[in-house]
Unconditional design. Structure first.
Lengths: 251, 319
C-alpha cells in the first residue's frame, strides 16, 4: 500500500534520517516508534509531502508520490493529523469537517459566487457527510462550537473527523494520544480500531507504548535516524536491540 | 426565505430609500463615494479578512480600472460598457499572473511586494503622459448611458453605483458562505492543515487576489465614468492605506463590516472638514484605537459593547 525506500533527510549538516525503508500493509494499523530525536516526525513530514527528502522514494499504491505536495496526496486519498492539532480555530466544528470534504466537491469560484443550483445541492451533501463524521467520532453535540474553544481532547477528535471526511484509504496520525488523559486514550484506541474496520490503513507515530502494543498489527522502530527493527508487537518487545535503544546499553 | 437573504433585502431597501431622505444635493455625491469605497473594501476584505493575505497595492488596481476605462473611452472612443469589462479582465489577468510569485511570500514580505506593485502602477500613471495625461490627469471621460438615458446626476449615479455595489455584496456573501469561502478561511487559520485535506492553498490565494483586483477595477471604471476625470493622486499609497483602514475598522472577514468601514471613513472627513489637514492623523489614531479595543472591527465590536453594558446591568439585578 505505502512503501518508503531509502529515505534520507539531511538538514544542514545533520542527518535526520538515513536510508530508511519499510512497507505499510493495507488494512493494518502500523506504529512507528522510537526514542526522542529518532526522526519519526521528520519521516511523517516527508511521507505527507510537507518536506521533500534528500534521497529516497515514497510510493503509494505503486505510484511514485515523492515530492508531491500535501494537497495532491489528499486527492490520492492519503491524509494526516498533527501532533499539536492543527484546527481552523475561527470556524465551527462542523465547518472544520466540511473543509475536509473539499476534495469531494467541485464548485468553483464562479458557481459559488452565483449560488448555482448544483453548488447548493453539493453544499447539502457536504453538510450531511460532515455530520456523519462528527457522529462517528462522537462530537456531534459540539457541531456549532467554535473550534478554538474546544478542549484539547475534543480538538483531537475533530482533527480526526476532518481527516476522515476526505475518505482516505490511508491515514497518518502523529502522536494522536499526546495530551490525552487515560480515559480519552482508551476512547482513541477504540476509534482507531473502528477506523481500521472501515478498511482504512492506519499509520501512527506514538510514544504511548501501552497504546501502541495494544492496537498495532505491526511496528517499525526508528533510532537515531535509522530503522532499528520491524515486526509484530511481540517481536518488538522481545528484541534486545530495541530494549537497548530505549533503556540504554550496558557497555 | 433564510435570514441572510432577509438581511440583504433589508439592507438593499435602506440603500435604495436613502435618496428620498437626502433629497439629492451634496450628500448624494458623498454617498456615491461610500458605494465605490464599499466595493473596494469588500474586494480587499476577501483577500485580507478571509484569505488572510495583505495587500498594500490595491489602490493600483482601482486606478488601473479607472485609467483603462478612461483611456479606452477618451483616446479610442470605445463604448464604456465594453471598456469596463475589458479593463476588469486585464486587471484580473495581471493580478493572476503577478499573484503566483507574489503570494508565495508571507507577512511583511507580502506587504512590501504589494506595496512595490502599487507604487509601480502609480509611477506608470504619472509617467506615460501620452496615454494618461500624466500628473495633470485625464479629463472628458464620458458618463455611462443606456440608450438616451445618461447617468449624469448625483442621484442617477447613486443608483448606478449602488446597484453594482449591492450586486458585489450579494456575490461576495454567497462566496463567503460557500465551499470556496470555507477553504479561504481554512487557509487563513492553518494553511498546512488546509493543504493536508486537499485545499490547493496557493491557487486559491491567487484566484482570490485576482477576484479582488477585478472588483477593484470595476469600482475604478465606475469612478472614472461618474467623476469624468481621473488623476494619479487618487490612486497612491495613501489611498491603499485608507482602504486597509476601512477593512480593519469595519471588521476583518465581514462583508457588511466593509460597508461600515467604508461609510465611516468616507463620511468622517465631511464632518471633520475644519480639521482636514489632520485627517491622516485622525485615521491613524482611529486605526490604533480600533486594533487595541475592537480588534473584531465595528461589526463585532459594537454589538459586544452593547452586550457587555447589558450584561453588566443584568448582573446587578441578579445580585
Amino acid at each position: 500500500m505505502l512503501e518508503v525506500s531509502g529515505i534520507t533527510q539531511i538538514f544542514g549538516g545533520v542527518t535526520a534520517l538515513e536510508d530508511v525503508s519499510f512497507a505499510i500493509h493495507k488494512g493494518e494499523i502500523t506504529g512507528v516508534i522510537g526514542p526522542n530525536g529518532a526522526g519519526k516526525t521528520t519521516l511523517f513530514n516527508i511521507i505527507s509531502g510537507i518536506y521533500v527528502q534528500t534521497a529516497g522514494r515514497v510510493t503509494l499504491n505503486g505510484k511514485d508520490v515523492s515530492g508531491l505536495p500535501p494537497e495532491r496526496l489528499a486527492r490520492l486519498k492519503m491524509v494526516r493529523t498533527f501532533q499539536n492539532i492543527e484546527l481552523f480555530g475561527g470556524m465551527t466544528v462542523l465547518e472544520n469537517v466540511m473543509v475536509g470534504l473539499h476534495t469531494r466537491s467541485s464548485s468553483g469560484l464562479l458557481a459559488c459566487s452565483l449560488r448555482m443550483p448544483w453548488s447548493r445541492a453539493e453544499e447539502t451533501v457536504i453538510r450531511q457527510e460532515a455530520l456523519k463524521w462528527l457522529d462517528f467520532t462522537g462530537i456531534s453535540d459540539l457541531a456549532d462550537v467554535v473550534a478554538a474553544n474546544l478542549p484539547f481532547g475534543k480538538g483531537r477528535m475533530l482533527e480526526i473527523a476532518r481527516a476522515l471526511a476526505v475518505e482516505p484509504t490511508i491515514i497518518l496520525m502523529d502522536e494522536p494520544a499526546a495530551g490525552l488523559n487515560s480515559q480519552e486514550t482508551l476512547g482513541l484506541a477504540r476509534l482507531i480500531r473502528q477506523i481500521r474496520d472501515l478498511g482504512i490503513t492506519v499509520v501512527l507515530v506514538e510514544h504511548d507504548m501501552e497504546l501502541v502494543m495494544d492496537i498495532c498489527d505491526r511496528i517499525v522502530v526508528l533510532n537515531l535516524g535509522r530503522k532499528l527493527a520491524e515486526g509484530t508487537p511481540r517481536d518488538i518487545q522481545d528484541n534486545p536491540e530495541v530494549i537497548a535503544a530505549y533503556l540504554g546499553d550496558d557497555d | 426565505m433564510n435570514r441572510d437573504l432577509l438581511k440583504f433585502l433589508a439592507f438593499s431597501v435602506m440603500i435604495l430609500a436613502a435618496p428620498l431622505y437626502f433629497k439629492g444635493g451634496y450628500m448624494m455625491n458623498v454617498l456615491v463615494f461610500v458605494g465605490i469605497h464599499t466595493m473596494l473594501a469588500i474586494g480587499l476584505n476577501l483577500l485580507l479578512g478571509y484569505a488572510g493575505q495583505i495587500s498594500l497595492g490595491h489602490a493600483g488596481f482601482f486606478g488601473m480600472g479607472a485609467y483603462l476605462s478612461g483611456i479606452l473611452t477618451v483616446n479610442y472612443t470605445w463604448n464604456p460598457w465594453v471598456a469596463m469589462p475589458l479593463a476588469a479582465l486585464v486587471v484580473g489577468g495581471l493580478a493572476f499572473l503577478v499573484g503566483f510569485p507574489i503570494l508565495k511570500l508571507k507577512g511583511h514580505y507580502l506587504a512590501m511586494a504589494t506595496l512595490g506593485l502599487g507604487i509601480i502602477i502609480y509611477i506608470v500613471f504619472n509617467e506615460t503622459i501620452d496615454l494618461t495625461g500624466g500628473p495633470s490627469g485625464l479629463s472628458g471621460i464620458p458618463n455611462l448611458s443606456i440608450g438616451s438615458f445618461t447617468f449624469d446626476s448625483d442621484v442617477k449615479n447613486y443608483y448606478l453605483i449602488w446597484a453594482v455595489t449591492l450586486g458585489t455584496i450579494l456575490v461576495t456573501l454567497n462566496l463567503a458562505n460557500s465551499r470556496v469561502g470555507r477553504a479561504l478561511r481554512a487557509v487563513h487559520d492553518s494553511e498546512v492543515a488546509a493543504r493536508v485535506v486537499g485545499v490547493n492553498a496557493r491557487l486559491l490565494k491567487v484566484q482570490i487576489f485576482a477576484l479582488s483586483a477585478v472588483i477593484s477595477s470595476i469600482a475604478g471604471s465606475l469612478y472614472a465614468h461618474t467623476m469624468t476625470f481621473v488623476s494619479p493622486a487618487s490612486f497612491g499609497f495613501n489611498f491603499s492605506v485608507e482602504l486597509l483602514t476601512m477593512v480593519v475598522i469595519g471588521g476583518l472577514g465581514s462583508i457588511y463590516g466593509s460597508f461600515l468601514g467604508a461609510a465611516l471613513l468616507t463620511l468622517l472627513p465631511e464632518f471633520l472638514r475644519a480639521a482636514h489637514d489632520y485627517d491622516i492623523i485622525i485615521y491613524g489614531g482611529l486605526l490604533m484605537v480600533m486594533v487595541m479595543f475592537m480588534p473584531g472591527g465595528l461589526v463585532r465590536g459594537v454589538p459586544d459593547l452593547f452586550r457587555k453594558l447589558f450584561r453588566g446591568r443584568g448582573g446587578a439585578d441578579n445580585a
